[in-house]
Design a protein around this ligand. Structure first.
Ligand code: HEC
Length: 81
């Protein structure tokens, strides 16, 4: 899921949760024409997990940049706030 730089899920200008489910269900139907549904579900579960992990990493890097900006180590106007 796309997140904002402060770890909230991004929502502005994006499709909402219901629409995401609707589209993913539609896409899974296509995958299921060739694959067992267990394999398809496993694929999406793995991808969800990957996104959670990468969101955490981006959040940690963002916090580091903000701290560097506050401490004057990085130029404030180069930080994201
Ligand atoms: C037209 C048939 C077809 C469709 C539709 C299809 N796949 Fe596949 N998929 C394959 C084939 C063929 C392979 C290769 C299998 C192999 O080499 O063992 C594969 C491989 C994979 C693999 C394993 C890749 C790997 O390296 O281990 C995953 C995961 C996968 N598909 C997920 C999906 C998902 C998710 C969708 C829907 C978005 C999808 N597939 C749609 C035919 C299809």
């Amino acid at each position: 899921m796309p997140t904002t730089f402060v770890e909230d899920l991004a929502s502005e200008y994006l499709i909402d949760g219901d629409e995401q489910v609707r589209r993913q269900t539609q896409m899974k139907k296509l995958c299921n024409t060739c694959h067992r549904s267990s394999r398809v579900n496993q694929h999406f579960a793995k991808m969800d997990n990957t996104l959670v992990e990468t969101d955490k990493m981006v959040y940690a890097a963002t916090q580091l940049l903000l701290t560097a900006g506050e401490k004057g180590i990085a130029e404030k106007n180069q930080s994201i706030r």
